[in-house]
Design a protein around this ligand. Sequence first.
Ligand code: AMP
Length: 140
Amino acid sequence: MKVKEILRRPPVTIPVTATVEQAAETMADNKVGLLVIVDPSNPKKPLGVISERDIIRTIASKVPLTVTVDKVGTMGNIIWIGEDESVYRAAYLMRKHHIRHLVVLDQKGELLGVLSIRDLIAEDKIIESLSAERRPVTKE
Ligand code: AMP
């Protein structure tokens, strides 16, 4: 089963100039745990990501929520998967990198969506394909 078969919706993005507080509001409004940080003039090229965990860490370390998302998100080193890759590889990458979200890119390398660990358990047929497709993952 391919990643694109289980993608649910377009990605929820946030401008790189937005604050952490605005990111939290956007997550709550859209009921998602990760936003893709973009430059609005080039929204198909992700600059980074900010997840619920980054916001928890911001609060715990008493950094003001008025800082911009690039200060607390993960910038640059985006962990991504191609739309035509397998859901098994998606699970493998999440486990390997200790993350619950992957950025999904299309064949042109442009932002297509975000895959959450929740998406991997959303339906029986996905869980079944995870075990059925189990095979060595060679590509790093
Ligand atoms: P998560 O468990 O996915 O909510 O995120 C845990 C940490 O990994 C946070 O610091 C995120 O910014 C970072 N993170 C989550 N997903 C990705 C991703 N696809 N690429 C890079 N960093 C990520």
